[in-house]
Design a protein around this ligand. Sequence first.
Ligand code: NAD
Ligand code: IPM
Ligand code: MN
Length: 353
Amino acid sequence: MHADIVVLPGDGIGPEIVSATLPVLETIARRHGHAFAFREHDIGGIAIDRHGEPLPATTLEAAKQADAVLLGAVGGPKWSDPNAKVRPEQGLLAIRKGLGLFANLRPVRPHPAALGASPIKPELLEGVDIVVVRELTGGIYFGDKTRSDTDATDLCRYTVAEIERVVRSAATLARSRRGHLTSVDKANVLETSRLWRDVTTRVMREEFADVTVEHQLVDSMAMHLLSKPRAYDVVVTENMFGDILTDEASMLAGSLGLLASASLGAGKVGIYEPIHGSAPDIAGKGIANPYATILSAALLLRHSLGLEEEAQAVEHAVDRALDDRVFTADLAAPGQAVSTADAAQAVIDRLGA
Ligand code: NAD
Ligand code: IPM
Ligand code: MN
């Protein structure tokens, strides 16, 4: 097949992990007889520097026309003044919203060889296989904001339709897995959470009677996620809770550098990006873990291009690199780390003939 893939390297380690990932996709294309055209555009801090805005219209337009978007990360100290007029992160929020990508899938499946990198006891991690479905275009991220000399506000708003569609996505996914959905909210305090719980309960009763649903308050969920991670199959939650819980969940896998994501909407185009950020503390050193981005490319093959066999080939190759303890510095024992480029090459070497 032919596919147009918009590539948005962004800032910090973004360009390093994206340029490590493109050869993986090129190898897949060559081996499986596909033609992928990569079109690079600016987003985030680099777009502010070059165009004066974090999401130039040309970038959004290209993404709308593409089959899929592969993104590195945005942001960094250069653009982080709390009084700055524009921030790189606004570009990321705007492209998610502009493409209507309301469901952000974040799989968490600790690899046996990396269990030692997790601060959690290995016996709690065996068999853990969770997908967090984070609502991505609503809630406090997108409500009206105000700021004066004496106060500031962020409005958190959800509509019934916004909750219904993400719950349907999560429940459909749960149905294809172990048939269990955990909905996370703060219904003991927040009105948006009480609406979330009501709508979730109704949608599950009316449309997903075959999927079991449990409701969990976000504060105790943050604890249960570490104390009994095997109890979870699909977890659905609102935008900010999902952001926080998935960085926490990355510690089950051993590193933020292992968690991939797919941002999906009603159309075919999706954004595929690691859940981590631009890692300014290690940027430019060639030591970032590229696996989260490579695994995001696997999700791209699966969800936007419908290439399941190719997606699995990439996932198996990453698994085999981890089996062989090809670890970047975030996972490796002292003195054992490989570079970003070497880790990506190890995946390519394991893609099979
Ligand atoms: P971060 O995720 O960038 O980094 C947190 C820690 O994890 C750092 O110590 C970093 O070195 C490490 N880390 C992250 N990715 C890694 C990788 N692939 N390999 C090895 N180590 C890795 O979070 P932060 O420091 O809080 O944020 C830095 C900037 O990134 C901020 O401007 C933030 O807004 C932005 N950010 C962007 C995205 C995105 O573009 N999707 C996501 C999160 C944060
Ligand atoms: C993420 C990031 C973003 C978010 C920021 C950079 C806007 O933390 O993708 O998890 O909060 O959604
Ligand atoms: Mn985040």
